[in-house]
Design a protein around this ligand. Structure first.
Ligand SMILES: [Zn+2]
Length: 289
């Protein structure tokens, strides 16, 4: 059937075409509005970081924080904004517990020293770093780490150092690495079975989808502020310090890590959730109340 046309031969748009054009208009308008809102929000956060982010920090100013990681370099690849913000906010005692020496490529001894160099560059005292080398906790993306072993190591450290705030990966482990995820499952088991000491509140670093992971911070900031209870951001000076810390991991400084440092949100933004919120869904907690 011939397409309907005006007398001058020009094409007459049908109902479906008008509908598509309408949607396209709305889409373009929405993108423009989001860009304006994102830019304004980003500028406000950059101009008044303390005022905006003070409501988005960990409640009850932590005094003794333990970061639990799986490999040397996790601390600055993923947790940099959290470490630097907390160190700046209230000068808490900050501890790092690394559960393997990252020996997957046989570089364990080198990587151990790199962990110390990186942490001290960020301002964590060398005496506050613990690296565990356990036969059953190998650096291997195929290895299943025992939640029981990891849980016991964590509880022992939390008790002996009077830790009040624990931070680790969430169930996706940012990169999906099995060793990262094992830390979450171990902490989750401790919370679930009430084995986590009561004075310690565990938090997990939120994994985001690949789009949010690499979009510019300007576009990501409003989403993080809206969707996450705890947000840490680096300023320009902290970002440079983080780059300096990452450069201590010489053995890991390959080309794709350089790209990662340039584009990953984890160098500029960290969003955290209280692990109780994830273990127990809002629906479950409603039922209890
Ligand atoms: Zn790792």
């Amino acid at each position: 059937m011939a397409e309907p046309r005006f007398e001058d031969g020009s094409w007459i748009p049908g109902q479906a075409d008008l509908w598509a054009a309408g949607w396209l208009e709305w889409l373009i308008l929405s993108v423009i509005v989001y860009l304006i809102v994102a830019s304004v929000t980003y500028c406000i956060v950059r101009l008044f970081p303390k005022a905006i982010l003070s409501n988005k920090s960990i409640k009850n100013e932590p005094e003794r924080v333990l970061l639990v990681i799986a490999h040397p370099d996790d601390e600055c690849m993923f947790f940099g904004p959290t470490i630097l913000s907390l160190l700046q906010q209230s000068q808490p005692q900050f501890y790092v517990m690394c559960l393997s020496k990252g020996n997957f490529d046989g570089l364990g001894r080198v990587r151990k020293q790199e962990l110390w160099n990186s942490c001290t560059t960020m301002g964590i005292p060398a005496s506050n770093i613990l690296l565990i080398s356990h036969d059953l906790l190998r650096d291997d993306p195929r290895a299943d780490w025992s939640t029981d072993i990891v849980g016991k190591l964590i509880v022992s450290y939390v008790l002996s150092h009077h830790i009040d705030t624990l931070i680790t990966f969430d169930g996706h482990g940012v990169s999906g690495h099995k060793n990262h995820k094992a830390l979450y499952f171990s902490v989750r088991e401790l919370v679930k079975h009430k084995k986590m000491p009561k004075h310690c509140t565990p938090y997990v670093l939120e994994s985001v989808n690949i789009f949010r992971k690499y979009i510019p911070p300007l576009l990501e900031v409003p989403l993080s502020l809206m969707m996450s209870p705890v947000v840490f951001m680096t300023d320009w000076k902290q970002y440079r310090l983080l780059r300096a810390a990452m450069s201590q991991h010489v053995s890991q400084y390959v080309w794709f890590r350089v790209l990662y440092l340039l584009f990953s949100r984890y160098l500029t933004i960290n969003t955290l959730h209280h692990i109780g919120y994830i273990v127990e869904s809002p629906h479950q907690s409603k039922k209890k109340n």
